[in-house]
Design a protein. Structure first.
Ligand code: NDP
Ligand SMILES: O=C(O)C1=N[C@H](C(=O)O)C[C@H](O)C1
Length: 246
């Protein structure tokens, strides 16, 4: 089998650099092209089989349209999308195969699974809160991973992400309501990515925590996703599909 040629977008970024390292160290993949803002997407896509994208959600509509035009598989690692941008990605996945995941680490995908199980077991008496911490340069909030954790909690407790999520608390907010799920974003230093899900009841509390200490974890997962996509038909997949956790 010949190597899968990867287009790395945001090549000079923190994740772009890690993806280049991960692609070069995997015998099944090569960097077909590596681009940044201002470089030609069409030229780069023509030289590649799949794209691994960790850039900005502002770039996603343009990238997705180009992938559809060139019929290339897409690994979308960027977070912070608007609902409209998420819909554009889902629409594109009717034509091309896409892995769209807020987090490519095996540990966080285990945390997703554990969070669902804990929510099922602990159930309604427990108050649900999610805390995340990232480096000072992160621009989107809450993190995509925190959002996914809250979505899982919403699915299991039958509440709405849009209506029942409480992003931080300030001032005379009143007592906590039963339905609300609190989300708290800390920013500082060089923290790669910490996430904690809190299940709090009277007399006891469960906390599930994941801490990432290297971006190589995410980059390796994204290359694994690109390889997994190589024989897949059009559709939208996540890292749970890649890892066989569904
Ligand atoms: N799913 C996952 O597992 C993970 C997801 N992420 C997500 O990946 C994204 C990038 O994170 P990170 O690498 O830390 O960010 P960086 O800011 O370090 O890198 C982003 C890169 O994308 C480039 N870029 C920004 N806008 C555009 C554009 N419109 N067109 C082309 N290139 C663009 C930037 O170029 P310039 O500097 O010139 O603006 C930069 O090189 C974030 O959304 C983050 O949340 C991060 C880690 C793991
Ligand atoms: O921006 C980051 O750095 C990270 N972003 C992802 C997210 O928003 O969940 C994943 C990881 O936590 C690092």
């Amino acid at each position: 089998m010949s190597s899968i040629r990867i287009l790395v977008t945001g090549a000079k970024g923190r994740m772009g650099q890690a993806v280049i390292r991960a692609t070069e160290s995997d015998p099944d993949t090569v960097v077909g092209a590596a681009i940044d803002m201002g470089d030609s997407l069409d030229e780069a896509l023509a030289k590649c089989d799949a794209v691994i994208d960790f850039t900005s959600h502002h770039f996603s509509n343009e990238l997705v349209a180009a992938c559809v035009k060139h019929k290339k598989a897409l690994v979308m690692g960027t977070t912070g999308h608007t609902d409209e941008e998420r819909n554009t990605i889902r629409e594109a996945a009717k034509t091309i195969p896409v892995v769209f995941a807020a987090n490519f680490s095996v540990g966080v995908n285990t945390l997703f699974w554990l969070t669902r199980q804990a929510a099922r077991i602990l159930g309604e008496p427990f108050d649900l809160e999610v805390i995340e911490m990232h480096h000072r340069m992160k621009t989107d909030s809450p993190s995509g991973t925190a959002r996914r954790l809250v979505e899982i909690l919403c699915e299991e407790s039958g509440v709405s992400y849009d209506k029942d999520t409480r992003h931080g608390r300030f001032g005379d907010v009143g007592a906590r309501t039963k339905k609300e799920i609190g989300v708290h974003a800390l920013r500082g230093g060089d923290v790669v990515g910490d996430h904690t899900v809190v299940f709090a009841n009277i007399g006891e509390r469960v906390e599930l925590t994941h801490k990432a200490s290297s971006r190589d974890t995410f980059a390796g997962g994204s290359v694994r996703a690109a390889k997994w996509l190589s024989d897949k038909s059009a559709g939208i997949y996540d890292m749970q599909d890649v890892l066989g956790l569904k």
